[in-house]
Write a protein that binds this ligand. Structure first.
Ligand code: GRG
Length: 305
């Protein structure tokens, strides 16, 4: 059999990610209110940030994890879109002057730069709310028990305890202070890791995964979630705004604790690789159908944006 080169594998994954992102974009378009509906400005702002591109990594993880365990894209898509809505809300709020104060996101002016602060705050609130409207509107595979589990999983990941909002608070409170390695890992696992892990686990819940399978998915999700943020810290030092579509060097300027700042670039790269290897080995326990999850784990640290 002809060996598949690393280059072909990368091209193959790239095509997969682009195709899945396009599916997600079509579904998102149908799941947020149209701009012609009042309040038009708010709906325009929601769509401006949501439809601005982005890798769609989290929704693709919902789809890929769920399909690896036998769920259909149709059953997975509403939850995949709900995760992306919450992710986008967090980006809009993170960019506000009261938080990270950024001008550029997904290659265009941030929501508050385009629509003003009040509308940006409300667009974020509205995307968070819309996520739960979507999740509560249909039960995946007609199973209300799974539906409630998905809602709980996503709400918990977006919440305060070792989750999105809690991690953001710790991040803000850590600015200009000495943050040690353990505190930094807590911030990364909460602010970034929780939603990525939840994306993977939600795919499993919708597929009706067994408790063992869910714990394997959770381990995979935890490892790639942390690796994703370590890679983001590295890109903040090494990338350009053209490549990233946001302002690099911000962490350094804000004197934020990051992996490179605490551990150095080489050790950070090595740690990210170890995390990805553990994720690949965890996904291996799910059998050959999990090969896309393994490829995505590699992409997490190979990406340039
Ligand atoms: C405001 C509650 C609240 C939380 C904000 C997401 C977040 C927490 C802050 C954004 C700042 C940041 C760098 C967070 C780390 C997570 C991260 C790298 C987000 C960007 O995710 P990507 O790269 O973005 O997946 P795209 O645009 O591709 O979706």
């Amino acid at each position: 059999m002809e060996a598949i080169s690393a280059e072909n594998l990368a091209r193959n994954l790239n095509e997969y990610l682009l195709a899945r992102a396009a599916e997600v974009n079509r579904a998102l378009d149908s799941l947020v209110p149209d701009e012609s509906l009042p309040p038009q400005t708010l709906h325009r702002a929601m769509r401006y940030s949501l439809m601005a591109g982005g890798k769609r990594l989290r929704p693709v993880l919902v789809l890929t994890a769920g399909e690896a365990l036998g769920a259909t894209a149709g059953d997975l898509m509403p939850a995949a879109c709900a995760v992306e809505m919450i992710h986008t809300y967090s980006l809009i709020h993170d960019d506000l002057p009261a938080m990270d104060d950024d001008d550029l996101r997904r290659g265009r002016p941030t929501c508050h730069k385009a629509f003003g602060e009040a509308i940006a705050i409300l667009a974020g609130d509205a995307l968070l709310t819309q996520a739960f409207i979507v999740l509560s509107s249909s039960a995946p595979a007609g199973d209300q028990n799974r539906q409630v589990q998905v809602i709980r999983e996503l709400a918990t990941a977006a919440g305060t305890v070792e989750a999105l909002i809690g991690g953001q608070v710790a991040d803000i409170e850590g600015e200009n202070r000495a943050v040690d390695a353990a505190a930094l890992e807590y911030i990364h696992r909460s602010k970034t890791g929780a939603l990525i892990k939840a994306s993977v686990v939600i795919g499993g819940i919708i597929a009706g995964a067994s408790p063992d399978q869910l714990s394997v998915l959770g381990r995979y999700g935890e490892k790639i979630g942390l690796a994703f943020q370590v890679a983001d810290d590295i890109l903040d030092v090494t990338s350009t705004s053209e490549a990233m579509g946001k302002t690099p060097g911000k962490d350094l300027a804000a004197q934020k604790a990051t992996y490179p700042a605490i551990h150095g670039l080489d050790a950070s790269r090595a740690h990210a690789s170890e995390l990805v290897e553990s994720a690949i080995s965890a996904a291996g326990q799910l059998g050959p159908a999990a090969y896309r999850l393994q490829q995505i784990a590699k992409f997490i640290i190979a990406r340039q944006s």
